[in-house]
Design a protein around this ligand. Structure first.
Ligand SMILES: [Zn+2]
Ligand SMILES: [Zn+2]
Length: 234
């Protein structure tokens, strides 16, 4: 299956990623992606991009090398009320917002605290996607979070980097599999993201797509299939 879009990648603006915007877009074009979202880390992440980075994304053309570019951010969830580290004014300038749980931006809590945190972030109408749910240090009630995805339209990401042997979130596959099963039960679509921190990873869904295939998750419920449909969904 050829996927048309990647909604999650980082550039050198994130502080711990190693490619430029140009390099990421070159790989996206080579892999014939139709759409790429640039989602650098928001300011609470050590080394993350400054707020001015997100304000100034408007200068990036909408289409580069034939690839539609979405100006986005990977915001940090910073408290158990699901608050994120980007304000409304910044987000009105962005095409796409991912909200993720990252140490050291949020302390590890209890399963019920994490569940409330994620559900509250999903209720934020500016948040389009929850990034890499599955980190076992931030365990959550899977049924409640999948129900919230269904109710709010905020997507859950199957993060390719989490499933790699080099992942900083080892053991994610167990939670991800339970989440995929629950999405099958509740008929909730999913989105894959490469979470590329180096250009060669852009559009690489090897691990995520293998897992979804193995679990017989229907192709039509994977929102990477059509850039046009994804834009409508947004
Ligand atoms: Zn992240
Ligand atoms: Zn990321």
């Amino acid at each position: 299956m050829k996927y048309e879009l990647d909604i999650h990648c980082h550039t050198i603006s994130s502080g711990h990623a190693f490619s430029t915007l140009e390099e990421n877009i070159r790989v996206a074009a080579e892999r014939e992606l139709k759409l790429l979202a640039i989602t650098d880390h928001a300011p609470s992440m050590p080394g993350g991009a400054h707020l001015y980075h997100f304000y100034n994304m408007r200068i990036i053309p909408d289409v580069i090398r034939g690839v539609r570019i979405l100006k986005g951010a990977e915001a940090n969830i910073i408290d158990y009320q699901g608050s994120i580290d980007l304000d409304e004014e910044v987000m009105t300038n962005l095409d796409l917002v991912i909200a993720s749980l990252h140490p050291p931006c949020l302390e590890f809590g209890t399963e019920s605290e994490h569940t409330k945190t994620i559900v509250e972030a999903m209720n934020n109408r500016r948040v389009n996607i929850i990034g890499h749910p599955g980190d076992k240090r931030y365990s959550f009630n899977i049924r409640e979070v999948v129900s919230a995805s269904k109710e709010t339209g905020t997507l859950l990401e199957i993060n390719n980097s989490s499933l790699k042997p080099t992942s900083y979130r080892p053991g994610s596959d167990i939670i991800i599999r339970q989440m995929v099963e629950e999405c099958l039960l509740q008929n909730v679509p999913l989105i894959m993201g490469s979470d590329a921190h180096f250009s060669a990873e852009v559009g690489d869904f090897t691990e995520a797509s293998a897992l979804l295939k193995e679990m017989a998750f229907p192709e039509e419920m994977i929102l990477n299939n059509s850039a046009e449909e994804f834009l409508k969904f947004l």
